[in-house]
Ligand binder design. Sequence first.
Ligand SMILES: N[C@@H](CCC(=O)N[C@@H](CSS)C(=O)NCC(=O)O)C(=O)O
Ligand SMILES: [Fe+2]
Length: 266
Amino acid sequence: MASKFLPDLTSKLSLNDSVSIRSFCSYLGKENFVFRQLFDSVSSTYTYLLGDAGTKECILIDPVLEQVQRDFQLVQDLNLKLKYAVNTHMHADHITGTGKLKNLSGCKSVISKCSGAQADVFVTDGDEIEFGNYKLNVLSTPGHTNGCCSFYLKDLGIAFTGDALLIRGCGRTDFQEGDPETLYQSVHCKIFRLPAETLLYPAHDYKGCTVTTVDEEMRLNPRLTKSQDEFVDLMKNLNLSYPKQIDKALPANKVCGLYNLPEESK
Ligand SMILES: N[C@@H](CCC(=O)N[C@@H](CSS)C(=O)NCC(=O)O)C(=O)O
Ligand SMILES: [Fe+2]
């Protein structure tokens, strides 16, 4: 019933307004759902706080080391208890905040087994990550890296795509285990099979956008609307410069972000 009316509702609301998701939750009878999109301007990374105000359990998706105090303060301000600090993949452009959050809050870190990184909980395709009365379905969406996962919260029609699908873009495939054929299949066979009105929240945006939908990306994504062969050719010729923090980020992220940390981040 909810998904039947979702397109009408979203067309009346500004998707970039946090009020919209609150109104939508209220409409669905999910008033307890807490949702915040946080931003790290150095790496252009989005961190997401998802919680259940009824049970107080919450999770953070893709926390950034330098923003841990901000994120943990918000968890406390909202009287929530952090259950999991989750990574969509082993990031190359920033050090994860999951290890520091574990030390601060006693939460457990979560990542996919295929990522090659250490964590308390390893997830794989089909698993569920529960917090309060909500759950994320784990979708394996490799191609940017082997361990990339997207997380789908079916009840609310929202998904977190990490670097697999960015707004009008996608994760690059020229380092770690990047593979354009695999990424194309992940997006088309997993993310584009979610309901068209599903709100998609990426791990990064470099142009100030905050959210998109399956429908928008299927129609307008300049890379993923191409044929697979055209996509592969395009991805092999992007000639992007390497992320500035990659040499310190990858070794640190293999161990939950707790390796050789800069003094000011400890
Ligand atoms: N300039 C940034 C890195 C930008 C970058 O490479 N972003 C990645 C996601 S983080 S692994 C990406 O996949 N970008 C896709 C694209 O098409 O740009 C830095 O130096 O950190
Ligand atoms: Fe990435």
